[in-house]
Design a protein around this ligand. Structure first.
Ligand SMILES: NC(=O)c1ccc[n+]([C@@H]2O[C@H](COP(=O)([O-])OP(=O)(O)OC[C@H]3O[C@@H](n4cnc5c(N)ncnc54)[C@H](O)[C@@H]3O)[C@@H](O)[C@H]2O)c1
Ligand SMILES: [Zn+2]
Length: 530
């Protein structure tokens, strides 16, 4: 965990840069090939001669497994090791992988006269012809990619040190068929943006969409990192909050994209909360019928909820989120350092969704959130990283199973039938979305009990955690007729009937449940008495 793993082709400079980087970071340096040699008691050539390449690769797999158990080291790894999928998974787990690249010409010059590499026995040119094309795509999938051609080894080490995130990285796969991508969670991830764009073939202009509060604080670092990666970013500020999600604001952004010549080789980066994510996501989905989108969520809600799943939405006078598409991002980089500037009210806005995720699908997340109340409100970075990753994993699993919201994804709507109705009936903004959802979750849990699906203790445990997070402090006063009316207008109804998401136990919910109106009214009486 929290190692820096240096990969690259023979001659890319791993064994020169590795120790320099280790010294610069004050971490131990370890060279995987040296470990393998000393364990075998002979040089690589001897291992190849005696056991063949297969024997070497077996030793290499074992060494990778062992070495990646260490913490806070700089590990240089032989050129072929990352190609094995198990090695690659281990090298990436919790670690930052840095690839050193160089042009074929530079590599040939650096390898000229090198004698002790078994894979160079057929000559440098043959090795470069056969191995370089096969290995390069893997190197380019690293978190940081440093072109060593124009740099001295010291400058390479400096460039890596300047771009490294703080601490360990967590990763969550979003396995959407045809649009698979990854969520990376860590702190200070700017250096990862450029490589993430290059990986999906972005070579053109990059538009950073942000807003007036986030832009001045966080856009400059993003722009600097993109410039260092060879891009020419342009920054556009949407109005803050829901005002971003209007046709007018999107039209302004289209104009900006046109003026800066953003085409399909370019990309849109959404740097902001859910509002910027929705507006920029909608624009990216529709501009030239779709350009790549990368999310850099800056609110806790955007980190655990709105940036995942590809949905975006624009508000019309007739209602919220009435226009939208599904357009998956190419990557989501969750930089927890952004939370340092997030106002308390916005920070708290996500708690209901995090608790919801635990309740519908992850008992351990539920327990962590219940026990971690004070550390989470103090924004403890370690616990937050874990809680964010687990919450993302719940949503990623659900959306991968149902990218177009035809079935399973309904489960994420737990608490939202009554939650949305409360918001609509009270007037948007009268009560935070999270609190509305919390009351909605209590109604759903009560219905789950009255319909015999779960035990009363389960409902009470849910109330305990919601209360601990202050989400049930103020019971909204709401006219029952208006609430029922708003529920009848719910966008998610099918054939005129509400499909309820109900609870079986903590960690397991079911969707599409039909419930008699009299039971709904009884639960409303119990949870939200008029
Ligand atoms: N697409 C989806 O799947 C989905 C899911 C849930 C919610 N949403 C949408 O998300 C929106 C709400 O998102 P939100 O809660 O992130 O609110 P938001 O985007 O409106 O941001 C809240 C406020 O915090 C400010 N802010 C954001 N990050 C900051 C930071 N790091 N430091 C200082 N200030 C910061 C913003 O400028 C804004 O004023 C709603 O429009 C909702 O419809 C979409
Ligand atoms: Zn919600």
């Amino acid at each position: 965990m929290n190692n820096v793993v240096v990969v690259g082709f023979m001659g890319s400079g791993k064994s020169t840069v590795g120790p320099l980087l280790a010294a610069r970071l004050q971490r131990p340096f370890i060279d995987l090939d040296t470990v393998i040699e000393s364990e075998a008691g002979m040089p690589l050539g001897g291992i190849f001669a005696r056991d063949g390449e297969a024997g070497f690769r077996r030793r290499e797999r074992e060494a990778v497994e062992r070495v990646t158990q260490r913490e806070r080291e700089v590990i240089a790894v032989g050129g072929g090791a990352p190609l094995n999928p198990d090695n690659w998974r281990r090298l990436r787990a919790g670690n930052c992988v840095v690839a050193l690249t160089a042009s074929r010409r530079t590599l040939a010059a650096r390898l000229d006269g090198v004698r002790d590499r078994p894979l160079l026995e057929g000559g440098v040119d043959a090795a470069l012809d056969q191995l370089l094309p096969a290995r390069t795509p893997r190197y380019l999938a690293a978190d940081l990619v440093i072109d060593t051609d124009p740099l001295t080894p010291v400058a390479v080490a400096e460039a890596i040190a300047g771009a490294l995130p703080d601490g360990a990285l967590e990763r969550v796969e979003v396995r959407i068929p045809g649009a698979a991508h990854e969520i990376t969670i860590g702190a200070r991830l700017q250096g990862l943006i450029g490589p993430a764009l290059r990986r999906v073939g972005v070579t053109g202009g990059v538009a950073i969409a942000t807003d007036a509060s986030v832009g001045p604080r966080h856009a400059p670092a993003v722009e600097t990192a993109l410039r260092a990666a060879g891009f020419h970013p342009q920054c556009h500020a949407f109005p803050s909050g829901e005002a971003a999600k209007t046709m007018d604001a999107v039209r302004d952004f289209y104009r900006f994209l046109g003026e800066h010549g953003i085409d399909r080789q370019g990309a849109v980066i959404a740097l902001g909360g859910g509002a910027v994510g929705d507006a920029a996501g909608f624009a990216a989905a529709t501009w030239l019928r779709g350009v790549p989108l990368l999310h850099l969520p800056t609110t806790l809600l955007a980190m655990v909820d709105s940036s995942i799943g590809g949905k975006n939405g624009i508000n019309l006078e007739a209602g919220k989120n009435l226009v939208g598409t599904v357009h998956q991002p190419c990557a989501i980089l969750i930089d927890t350092a952004y939370l340092e500037t997030l106002p308390e009210r916005e920070y708290r806005a996500a708690w209901a969704e995090i608790i919801k995720s635990g309740i519908i699908a992850d008992t351990e997340l539920f327990e962590t959130v219940l026990k971690g109340r004070s550390a989470i409100s103090a924004r403890d970075p370690h616990l937050l990283q874990d809680v964010i990753a687990r919450t993302c994993a719940v949503k990623a699993r659900v959306v991968a199973a149902d990218p177009f919201e035809q079935g399973d994804r309904a489960i994420l709507n737990y608490g939202h039938t009554v939650g949305h109705a409360l918001e609509a009936a009270l007037g948007y903004g009268a009560i935070p979305h999270g609190e509305a959802v919390a009351w909605g979750m209590q109604v759903a849990a009560d219905l789950s009990v009255s319909s015999g699906r779960c035990a009363p203790q389960t409902r009470d445990r849910q109330a305990e955690v919601l209360r601990a997070y202050g989400l049930l402090d103020t019971r909204p006063r709401i006219d029952r007729t208006r609430l029922l009316e708003a529920m009848r207008h719910d966008k998610k109804r099918r054939d005129g009937e509400i499909g309820w998401v109900l609870l079986e136990e903590i960690g397991r919910a079911v969707y599409g449940c039909r419930v008699a109106w009299s039971d709904v009214e009884a639960s409303l009486d119990a949870v939200l008495p008029a």
